[in-house]
Design a protein around this ligand. Structure first.
Ligand SMILES: [Zn+2]
Length: 259
């Protein structure tokens, strides 16, 4: 399995001869998109540089997880869009021919792989899901979600090689965090013990890495964010857990587990 972070939560997953792209976000392009999702680092690749894909795997329809250039890419390459109900609707409207809407608990085959939709609790997208991509290796992709007992129960049966997890989230006055930040991502890693935990969702300004510690992603605080991530990774490694921080544009290879 090879994973290449393009940016934020957009990861090229190459497994068993197939190529999938998670939560593809190449923007922002418009003033409104820039306001909603101020990006701190441009994507490592433009959609034009991507030449083959079997599917887009999209957790929910928010702008930092699916945008127009991504749907244009799906149309150009004739690849399927697998995702939440809202994602499938948006893709159909954009002229994507093959769309596969999934609810938590449902699965769909993709060549030699099976895509399992798992629960996600993301207050501003009630149809959000996460995915486990299962083949010769298995990878969990969280999308945006709180760490919940339902999610833990859904993921427990899978021996996870890699967990791609949200590690920074928004916070709202009435319902609090809308997903996982570093403390919850650590709780997930401790509970599920994937071979590798990979923190994501780190390229949009305004998201909290750790609200209690007062660390938030901003336009110009890359060093502080990096230090917080390193300290987090070190503390998990000290507990015997595998953590990897992906560098945008640099592929990481994961060898198969010895049986
Ligand atoms: Zn998001």
């Amino acid at each position: 399995m090879r994973l290449t972070l393009i940016g934020h939560m957009t990861v090229l997953v190459e497994l068993d001869g197939l190529a999938l792209l998670t939560d593809p976000w190449f923007g922002p392009r418009t003033w409104l998109e820039r306001r909603l999702a101020p990006r701190i680092l441009p994507p490592a690749f433009s959609p034009e540089e991507i030449t083959t894909l079997d599917a887009l795997l999209v957790s929910h329809h928010h702008i930092d997880h699916l945008d127009e250039p991504a749907l244009t890419l799906a149309r150009r390459l004739g690849c399927a869009v697998i995702g939440s109900q809202g994602v499938a609707r948006q893709a159909r409207r954009a002229g994507v021919r093959e769309t596969v809407p999934l609810r938590a608990g449902e699965t769909t085959p993709l060549g030699p792989l099976t895509i399992h939709a798992v629960p996600a609790e993301h207050p501003l997208a009630s149809d959000a899901v996460g995915f486990v991509v299962a083949g010769s290796q298995s990878v969990y992709f969280s999308g945006d979600t709180r760490w919940t007992p339902a999610l833990r129960a859904a993921l427990s049966p899978f021996p996870l090689d890699v967990a791609l997890v949200q590690a920074a989230c928004a916070h709202y006055p009435f319902f609090g965090n809308d997903g996982m930040s570093l403390p919850e991502a650590a709780a997930l890693a401790r509970a599920l013990r994937p071979r590798w935990t990979v923190p994501l969702h780190l390229h949009c300004a305004g998201k909290w890495l750790d609200r209690r510690a007062g660390i938030r992603i901003e336009m110009e605080n890359a060093d502080r964010v990096q230090a917080a991530l390193s300290a987090w990774a070190d503390s998990l490694r000290a507990e015997g857990l595998g953590v990897q921080i992906l560098e945008p544009g640099r592929p990481a290879e994961y060898v198969k587990r010895e049986t």
